[in-house]
Write a protein that binds this ligand. Structure first.
Ligand code: NAP
Length: 344
């Protein structure tokens, strides 16, 4: 089968596009014929060595994918050939303490396609049948393929971890990013007020089109000053944080006393000053978040199926141009998601 895979670490241009063996489903697995996948920042991390993620090369990249169930492994009774599905982005042990309580992402045996094992930039992938979630006929494979990482992560951050409410205000850094764009869409679904930042006025204009209430260019403006002006000196109830070192001081100064900061990433570096005095005197709640559990994924798909939000797709690429997509992602020019079209 055709696949995009990593044979040697380096720039995205050195990714291989070629043939890999077609996988066969094991017991309790299904094989999915993928129609679309979507790119994530972690692909760049894997290209640069994937430090801390146990894996071996060659490795097919890609965490997110959607397609059609093509073959059933033995023992699979709950999925059918031909069913349209999107793939939950982690293989886990059903027997771990964490999975049993519904926190699949905390399972210590968790393996993520495209990181620990072969991923979705391929014509086929085999996944545990329980990870193949049906999607409605109205949802395109391209839209569905954006859900497993960026949209699921943002969903858990906004809905479950921050428990954002309609009367509240949220600050979302770097609105060009996939997670941030999704977080804005969910904040507006709830009816909350959203302040967003970006390096680009064009991206801010697009964010305003998605409902952003206050748009701040972090290159030209003092973000904390604008946040305080826009909230009558009060600060925001929630900050959606995925940028890290560059934004952490702004985050801690922008959030109201007793407010919530939800963190899922550290694009600009993972070691900001902790500023512990501010954390304890102001009694801030700092909440880590990664992807989401099965129930959150199910609810997210339902919301997408019902058209409660439409995933924002910046560009779509075909197989041969996958390395180009990752170079574009690395340049930070994208707004929302980049999608790989695998089959029509
Ligand atoms: N824990 C998890 O489960 C999980 C899941 C998904 C992603 N992540 C992590 O979350 C982060 C974001 O992921 P993504 O897919 O949304 O990445 P992305 O699409 O590549 O977005 C990155 C964005 O960060 C913004 N940014 C960079 N420097 C900034 C700064 N100094 N101030 C404000 N914004 C800045 C930029 O926004 P502008 O272009 O608007 O300036 C850029 O577009 C990554 O670190 C990723 O690894 C974690």
């Amino acid at each position: 089968m055709k696949a995009v895979y990593l044979e040697q670490y380096g720039e995205p241009e050195s990714l291989s596009v070629g043939e890999r063996p077609t996988p066969e489903p094991a017991a309790n697995e299904v094989r999915v014929k993928l129609h679309a996948a979507s790119f994530n920042r972690v692909d760049l991390y894997m290209c640069s060595g994937g430090k801390g993620i146990s894996h071996s090369l060659p490795l097919i990249l890609g965490v997110d994918g959607a397609g059609v169930v093509d073959k059933l492994g033995s023992g699979v009774t709950q999925r059918e050939q031909g069913e349209r599905v999107v793939v939950y982005p982690a293989h886990y042990s059903e027997f771990s303490e964490f999975s049993r309580r519904g926190d699949q992402m905390l399972c210590t045996e968790c393996k993520i396609p495209g990181e620990h094992i072969d991923g979705t930039y391929a014509e086929y992938i085999c996944v545990p049948a329980v990870n193949a979630f049906p999607i409605g006929s109205e949802l395109s494979f391209e839209a569905a393929a954006t859900l497993p990482t960026a949209y699921l992560t943002a969903w858990r951050m906004v809905m479950t971890q921050a428990k954002l409410r309609s009367a509240e205000t949220v600050l979302i850094h770097g609105i060009g990013g996939g997670v941030s764009t999704a977080a804005l869409q969910f904040a507006k679904m709830i009816g909350a007020r959203a302040l967003v930042t970006s390096s680009s006025d064009v991206k801010l204009t697009r964010a305003a089109g998605l409902g952003a209430d206050v748009c701040i260019n972090y290159r030209d403006e003092d973000v904390v000053e604008r946040v305080m002006q826009s909230t009558a000196g009060r600060g925001v109830d929630v900050v959606v944080e995925n940028v890290g070192e560059a934004t952490w001081p702004i985050t801690l100064k922008s959030v109201i006393r007793g407010g919530r900061v939800v963190v899922c990433g550290a694009t600009s570096g993972p070691h900001p000053s902790a500023d512990l005095q501010r954390v304890f005197i102001r009694q801030l709640h700092i909440i880590g978040s990664t992807l989401g559990n099965h129930e959150e994924f199910r609810t997210l798909i339902l919301a997408a199926d019902r058209g409660e939000f439409s995933p924002v797709i910046d560009k779509t690429y075909d197989f041969e141009h996958a390395p180009e997509a990752l170079t574009y992602l690395a340049s930070g020019q994208q707004q929302g998601k980049l999608v790989l079209r695998i089959a029509d």
